[in-house]
Design a protein around this ligand. Structure first.
Ligand SMILES: Nc1ncnc2c1ncn2[C@@H]1O[C@H](COP(=O)(O)OP(=O)(O)OP(=O)(O)O)[C@@H](O)[C@H]1O
Ligand SMILES: [Mg+2]
Length: 316
């Protein structure tokens, strides 16, 4: 039985401009023990899908199951199996950190949870803030608190909706260390993030959503292998010739140019030389997950979700 199963889930929101199809027939199984990434641009439907799983939103059609429990008809049982770290910062301002975690435990009927709460506080770098009122926490600390709240009842399935947005480098590493440990201990993890390097490092399998539809679904290694071509990367202070500027991904001084083959690379280099662009730290590398993501979103990647899904089922 899959840990999480989405079966032809669709969701339409009524808006003043008419219905908005946030999810369109999303089908997806996440097996026990997977570290699964759900990626997509802003507005792709990630949070909507997670809200349906958590029973916070109702699917227009289709259904979602958590370890076989329907999130609508068996809400309490399904909810207990899930620990959800929401994208939005929501918390009760009247309690301190430790009290909030005790109360949260109570919601799930978990008692004498002190040792686990201590471990959570320690692992999330909140131990010295245990007595602080929620209002006194910084934004990043509130996010750590959301993670602690989600994990307080030791759920078998951990759902993280952009848990590292606004979180400093150190905590990000602490958090991933902790979540990876929980995953090794058997917890299933469903993660959404816009940090594709994190997804590449952590997720064994990835689904990409675009406008409410799955446009890629496969093991991370396969998505990377199937990415076509290579990337010419360098640093420069000069302006690129217009033809290359249209292709390039530019971050400050760093320029990344997709290339199909060696002829393409030679062409790029010749164009740069002709334009007198001075290159530093030139390298040619395999596409990373960010390149794959851009290829998938532009329709250039080889992945076919239906075939990929069938391949995974065939192995199970
Ligand atoms: N309550 C709502 N009413 C109307 N439209 C909504 C509602 N919630 C979400 N939407 C719309 O549904 C679509 C999907 O939104 P969703 O929040 O699921 O995206 P997302 O993939 O989580 O994006 P992000 O990366 O920005 O968090 C968007 O077009 C959004 O505007
Ligand atoms: Mg979202």
């Amino acid at each position: 039985m899959p840990a999480v199963s989405f079966q032809a889930v669709s969701k339409a929101f009524a808006t003043p401009k008419g219905p908005l199809q946030a999810l369109d027939q999303v089908s997806l199984d996440i097996e026990e023990g997977e570290f699964f990434g759900l990626l997509g641009p802003n507005g792709a439907g990630k949070t909507t899908l997670i809200s349906i799983l958590a029973g916070l939103a109702r699917a227009s059609s289709g259904r979602a199951l958590v370890q076989g429990c329907d999130v609508q008809t068996e809400f309490a049982a399904a909810r207990r199996k899930l620990g959800v770290v929401p994208q939005e910062l929501v918390f009760d301002p009247f309690f301190n950190v430790r009290e909030s975690l005790r109360i949260q435990s109570g919601y799930f009927g978990v008692r004498n949870n002190g040792a686990w709460i201590d471990e959570l506080l320690e692992n999330l770098g909140l131990a010295d803030r245990a007595g602080a009122n929620m209002r006194q926490l910084s934004g990043g600390m509130k996010r750590r608190m959301l993670v602690a709240q989600a994990l307080v009842h030791k759920p078998p399935i951990i759902v993280l909706d952009e848990p590292t947005a606004g979180v400093d480098v150190e905590l990000r590493q602490t958090l991933w260390h902790f979540v990876a440990r929980l995953n090794r201990e058997g917890h299933t993890v469903l993660l959404t993030t816009h940090y594709l390097d994190e997804a590449e490092a952590l997720c064994g399998r990835i689904a990409m959503l675009k406008s409410g539809r799955i446009v890629a679904l496969d093991r991370t290694s396969v998505l990377l292998q199937e990415a076509s071509g290579s990337v010419l990367q360098f640093k420069t202070d000069s302006a690129l010739p217009p033809a290359l500027a249209r292709l390039a991904r530019v971050t400050g001084r760093v320029v990344q140019l997709p290339a199909h083959d060696t002829v393409d690379i030679e062409g790029h280099l010749a164009a740069l030389r002709t334009a007198g662009v001075e290159l530093h730290d030139l390298e040619i590398r395999r596409p990373d997950l960010e390149d794959v993501f851009l290829q998938v979103m532009s329709g250039a990647h080889a992945s076919r979700p239906a075939a990929a899904a069938a391949a995974v089922e065939g192995q199970a």
